[in-house]
Design a protein around this ligand. Structure first.
Ligand code: ASP
Length: 438
């Protein structure tokens, strides 16, 4: 009964997530002051278990991307096709981000959050942005001076660049390279099995992360910011269930409902970790095993997207710009908004998908259009929660584009896509279990 086994796993992760949310919120309300609960439960148990889970995910990213990419490029087998996939993916990533922020600005201008906002309600938290890399440096940094350092630091764009180059040359040496490409394929299988193992402890990890965040965060923070928070949440939902699904239907010619159904687990991972990067293993697994995208497309487009594609983050930036402009009574005008759109698209390329990076990008945008950067202090209080929500949208965009590109390349197995049971999660066969089954 593979089907129900898979549903059980997804349902289990969801239940534990909601349980974590409830437990965390209760702690925040009832035991916010209790030193014991804070020290031993929130900063103790939840923190340790949550951090272990995130570490386990991050541990997989670099080896998985490397082996998956080598076998992917060798699977494509031809440099022209690789270039075409890259250009298509890049174009679509830019398109979805531009659509996302345009939608965000439009809705925000109509709803006008922040008008009549009383700044005294918030106290005045200033914000000093950490330095963001200039675009020229981002381009220069595409090529690592030392690939080992790139691997050690987990610099995704550099890793992608070097690995693709390596794999292309592997193809170029022909027969002599075959054992290496076959080896990479086997290593990829092994890493996917490790992903499966980690997914089995996911419910507990997700619970701990959620409980910790909500114990610290508390939902009360949202109230004074409800107009800003509400507009961001609304546009995130519109983009995820509207724009992206329309693109999937029109360009990918596949059922959006099936897509959303199979993306649930990935979204929960993104939500609870707030990191597209840490979610890469889960996204890769879902896109290949659940949706049926061939490894040759997925191995390249998914990590690429996790780094350069951030629809949800762009949405937050669009709404935040309008909100802060309203609060400070600054008129941005069409030119200002167009600059915001361009900047948000560019900024998403240069910054990696890790928690909280959206605020750094926002500082870049504000600088460019002349909004007060310290205004970001106003929205920081609710950013943790919005980070979780927008990361879920970011990974949905990554997977949607991957699916569309795969469909165009004829690398999408429709049989797998429409099979609700495909890629179910009970493929873990520990040796002793396998033996006892016989
Ligand atoms: N946390 C987001 C991500 O990893 C980026 C951000 O918006 O801060 O995709």
């Amino acid at each position: 009964m593979p089907h129900s086994a898979n549903n059980n796993m997804t349902t289990k992760i969801l239940i534990w997530m909601v349980a974590g949310l409830i437990v965390g919120s209760l702690i925040n309300i009832l035991a916010g002051e209790s030193g014991f609960v804070q020290d031993y439960l929130v900063d103790g148990l939840f923190h340790v278990v949550g951090a272990l889970f995130i570490n386990a995910l991050k541990m997989l990213v670099v080896p998985l991307v490397t082996f998956s990419l080598i076998s992917g490029v060798c699977g494509i087998g031809d440099i022209g096709t690789l270039g075409r996939v890259g250009v298509r993916a890049f174009g679509l990533f830019m398109l979805t981000t531009a659509l996302a922020i345009t939608l965000a600005i439009t809705v925000a201008v109509v709803v006008a959050p922040g008008e009549g906002f009383d700044m005294r309600m918030m106290g005045h938290a200033g914000f000093t942005p950490p330095p963001a890399p200039p675009l020229s440096q981002v381009i220069i940094d595409l090529i690592p001076t030392n690939p080992v350092a790139a691997y050690a630091n987990g610099n995704m764009l550099q890793i992608i660049f070097f690995t693709i180059l390596f794999a292309i040359c592997l193809l170029m040496i022909g027969e002599r390279g075959r054992s290496i490409s076959e080896g990479a394929e086997k290593m990829n299988d092994v890493m996917m099995e490790v992903v499966n193992l980690v997914m089995h402890v996911a419910p507990v990890g997700v619970f701990a992360l959620m409980a910790k965040t909500f114990a610290q965060q508390g939902l009360g923070l949202i109230l004074p910011m409800i107009s800003y928070f509400g507009v961001v949440a609304l546009v995130l939902l519109l983009h995820m269930t509207g724009t992206l699904m329309l693109l999937l239907k029109l360009l990918g010619r596949v059922s959006p409902l099936m897509f959303l159904r199979k993306m649930r687990t990935v979204q929960v991972f993104a939500f609870s970790t707030s990191s597209s990067n840490a979610t890469i293993p889960v996204t890769l697994r879902a896109v290949e095993k659940r949706l049926g995208v061939d490894n040759s497309t997925a191995s390249f487009v998914v990590p690429f997207g996790a780094t350069i594609n951030m629809d949800g983050t762009a949405i937050m930036q669009g709404v935040a710009t309008v909100f802060i402009a309203n609060v400070y009574g600054i008129e941005l005008g069409i030119g200002g908004y167009l600059t915001v759109i361009g900047m948000a698209v560019l900024a998403s390329i240069g910054t990696a998908g890790v928690p909280g990076v959206g605020l750094i990008m926002l500082a870049m945008v504000f600088n460019q259009v002349g909004l007060p950067v310290e205004g970001i202090g106003l929205i920081m209080g609710v950013d943790r929660l919005l980070d979780m929500m927008r990361t879920a949208v970011n990974v949905t965009g990554d997977a949607a584009v991957t699916t569309i590109v795969a469909r165009a390349e004829d690398e999408l197995s429709l049989g797998t896509y429409y099979d609700p049971a495909a890629g179910h999660m009970e493929e873990v066969h520990l040796p002793h279990e396998a033996a006892s089954e016989e």
